[in-house]
Design a protein around this ligand. Structure first.
Ligand code: NAD
Length: 283
């Protein structure tokens, strides 16, 4: 039976470390790390996420503000707000909650965020730094995954790592992070054939697909470390991951649950990046 990787526990450790860092920075400078979250339209999941971020900021001693804009906001109005936040000395991190309404060009907006305040790590400049191996802001979910592996002393060097999913937010950056830590990395996706032959090679398997219980027991090697990024809701509204937890936990050596695995880490790493940004602004 697999050992559970407890994202809440790891998160508590990291948030305590962040709170200390915030205290130290406030003591040495007059800077309070500040995060601005921008939300366009009314997506209930995004609203919960943004509310959780605010709470987490307050608990860490950080300043945060929330900009809730109506769904009919124009692209230019949003760009004007981003520009204002880019130039606001009290704000060290800007987060534009995705998805944006269809009439707004997401790529354009994400590129408008100053790379120095891009705490989500989505700006091409920061993606480039990550690929180069000198990251400034590592996007939060992939960063959280690495922190969990480190917390549990899971060795990455020389391991076969398979990531299923090739999104810019999770699949691609987590592949880079594992590669830089000397894993042999394979990315599987919707056109990979046959996918189970690839997943069965994995010593470390990351599932970032967005399909409930997609990774079944027979797709996983005995003893694999399984990281489930997926957040799916079944008909009863219950949260489930991309991994068939019941079957896979019987074969894996370590596994992350959903909820309580990767999810809590994402917000922690957002705070981490905001603190790092505030520290950099003091130099
Ligand atoms: P996405 O939709 O952008 O990407 C999904 C990827 O899955 C694609 O690259 C696609 O190739 C792959 N895929 C889809 N169908 C497939 C199939 N049949 N076989 C193999 N691969 C297939 O999603 P994303 O933004 O990367 O998010 C993935 C999941 O992770 C979602 O459930 C999302 O809600 C969740 N997520 C969780 C967190 C967190 O904090 N825990 C953060 C981000 C995303």
């Amino acid at each position: 039976m697999a050992e559970i990787i407890d994202g809440k526990k790891v998160s508590e450790h990291i948030r305590a470390e962040i709170a200390q860092g915030v205290e130290k920075l406030k003591g040495e400078t007059d800077i309070t790390p500040g995060l601005a979250a921008v939300l366009v339209g009314e997506d209930p999941a995004s609203e919960i996420y943004v509310r959780n971020k605010r709470k987490a900021c307050a608990n860490a001693g950080m300043y945060s503000e929330e900009h809730k804009l109506p769904a009919k906001t124009t692209e230019q109005e949003l760009l004007n707000l981003v520009d204002r936040l880019n130039n606001d000395p009290n704000i060290h991190g800007i987060l534009v909650q995705l998805p944006l309404p269809d009439h707004i060009d997401e790529t354009k907006v994400l590129r408008a965020v100053s790379p120095l305040k891009d705490v989500d790590g989505f700006h091409p400049y920061n993606v480039g730094l990550l690929v180069e191996g000198n990251p400034r802001f590592i996007s939060c979910t992939p960063h959280g995954i690495i922190k969990m592996l480190e917390f549990y002393n899971i060795d990455i060097t020389g391991k076969e790592a398979v990531i299923v999913g090739r999104s810019n937010i999770v699949g691609k950056p987590v592949s880079m992070l594992l590669l830089h830590r000397h894993a042999t990395v394979t990315i599987g996706h919707s056109r990979t054939k046959p996918l189970d032959e690839v997943t069965k090679r994995a010593d470390i398997l990351v599932a970032a697909i967005g399909r409930a219980n997609f990774i079944t027991g027979d797709m996983v090697k005995e003893g694999a470390v399984v990281i489930d990024v997926g957040i799916n809701r079944n008909e009863e509204g219950k949260l489930t991951g991309d991994v068939d937890f019941e079957a896979v936990s019987k074969k894996a050596s370590y596994i992350t649950p959903v909820p309580g695995g990767v999810g809590p880490m994402t917000i922690s790493m957002l705070l981490w990046n905001t603190l790092e940004s505030a520290k950099a602004s003091s130099k």
